[in-house]
Ligand binder design. Structure first.
Ligand SMILES: [Zn+2]
Ligand SMILES: [Zn+2]
Ligand SMILES: [Zn+2]
Ligand SMILES: [Zn+2]
Length: 124
């Protein structure tokens, strides 16, 4: 890629000079969702397969699953019922410093040529 030699700096084409971009971890939401439960906070009870029924045996407790107490769901193991948490990468702001330009918004133009700028007026 060749840059215009008359420009001393090039706008960053990742953040377009804004210096900040949407956080790649949370996609700009500022929060992260638990992958294991897809944000629900619950997962299907693996003891009863979500039916809420017990396995039988003792007549008193046969009808209700001991693990989920008949709800068929348990709190997600990974997030313990709190599927959304503040994104650590952007501390909840949803934005992060542009990784391409380190937050400068532009780069030094490697093709910058001061003579190209000076010579500009003469030809036209
Ligand atoms: Zn940038
Ligand atoms: Zn984030
Ligand atoms: Zn979860
Ligand atoms: Zn259960």
């Amino acid at each position: 890629m060749i840059f215009d030699p008359q420009l001393k700096t090039i706008d960053c084409d990742y953040c377009y000079g804004d210096t900040r971009v949407k956080c790649s971890e949370c996609k700009g939401s500022g929060q992260k969702e638990c992958d294991d439960c897809e944000g629900s906070g619950y997962q299907v009870c693996h003891h009863c397969g979500g039916t809420g029924s017990g396995h039988g045996g003792h007549p008193d407790s046969a009808s209700v699953c001991f693990a989920c107490r008949g709800y068929g769901e348990l709190y997600c193991d990974s997030c313990e019922g709190y599927p959304r948490s503040e994104c650590q990468d952007c501390t909840g702001s949803g934005m992060e410093t542009c990784p391409d330009c380190d937050g400068l918004g532009c780069f030094d133009n490697p093709d910058y040529d001061p003579e190209a700028v000076e010579g500009r007026g003469g030809d036209a």
